[in-house]
Write a protein that binds this ligand. Structure first.
Ligand code: CA
Length: 243
């Protein structure tokens, strides 16, 4: 059920332990983040349809449908970040959760302060547009136009002349991050940290995703115009296109 008396509920806490849920909601409220609470996966599905949450905090052990089932359902409909909070220690759950598209995993018992920091980190990565993007004159909202394209940060989608360009969540986030910081060059390691949220790992993932985004926005017959390689340095986005 949506909570009352707070700013718009951007976050949905799915947790059957009401005390824990309310503690988390209280901490988030201190950060100016409104959160609704659902006590079961079934309730969460109704709340998701109504609230379109920007982030899900998900307990795996729920009465009725399992948290992982809810995650699968949610991922089929939303790219918003999901943080799993679980008392289950098994690696299988963690792997299953991350495999189903969860973004972070916090073990119970946890510090509400730590969880709230993780929430903010995820919101920064996924919703940085809200805070940092200058308002556009083309109809307002969090949108950025380049060439025939419009990046819609609120809808988290890319359109070309009104048609949606299919981007995976990570492809969108990579493009959005570079577009929001247009003109600035980022090394793969920086993009890996900012977009993937990871300090270590296979950096070639970044190049692979750059190629995938390019396939969707660049003219295959010409050098990249928007998402440009800066030799020896990294990648940058040029809104006006490369000269
Ligand atoms: Ca539980």
């Amino acid at each position: 059920m949506p909570s009352e008396g707070r700013p718009r509920d951007r976050i949905l806490i799915v947790e059957d332990d009401r005390d824990i849920a309310e503690l988390v909601a209280t901490y988030l409220a201190r950060e100016g983040l409104g959160a609704a609470i659902a006590g079961s996966a079934e309730e969460a599905i109704l709340d998701c349809a109504e609230l379109l949450p920007e982030l899900l905090i998900l307990d795996l052990g729920l009465p009725g449908a399992d948290g992982l089932e809810l995650l699968r359902y949610f991922r089929g409909r939303s790219t918003a970040p999901v943080i799993i909070v679980s008392a289950r220690e098994s690696d299988e759950d963690k792997v299953a959760g991350l495999g189903l598209g969860a973004d972070d995993f916090v073990s119970k018992p946890f510090s509400p302060k730590v969880l709230s920091a993780r929430v903010k980190a995820q919101l920064r990565r996924s919703g940085y547009a809200r805070e940092t993007l200058p308002r556009e004159s083309d109809g307002g909202g969090n949108r950025l136009a380049f060439g025939h394209y419009v990046l819609d940060f609120d809808g988290r989608l890319l359109e070309r002349e009104g048609e949606r360009v299919p981007l995976s969540r990570r492809e969108f986030e990579l493009l959005a991050y570079l577009a929001l910081n247009e003109g600035k060059t980022y090394a793969p390691v920086e993009l890996y940290r900012e977009v993937w949220g990871l300090e270590h790992g296979d950096l070639s993932t970044v190049a692979v995703h750059v190629q995938r985004v390019r396939r969707k926005i660049e003219d295959p017959g010409s050098p990249p115009r928007w998402l440009v390689t800066v030799p020896g340095a990294g990648y940058r986005f040029l809104r006006g296109g490369s000269p």
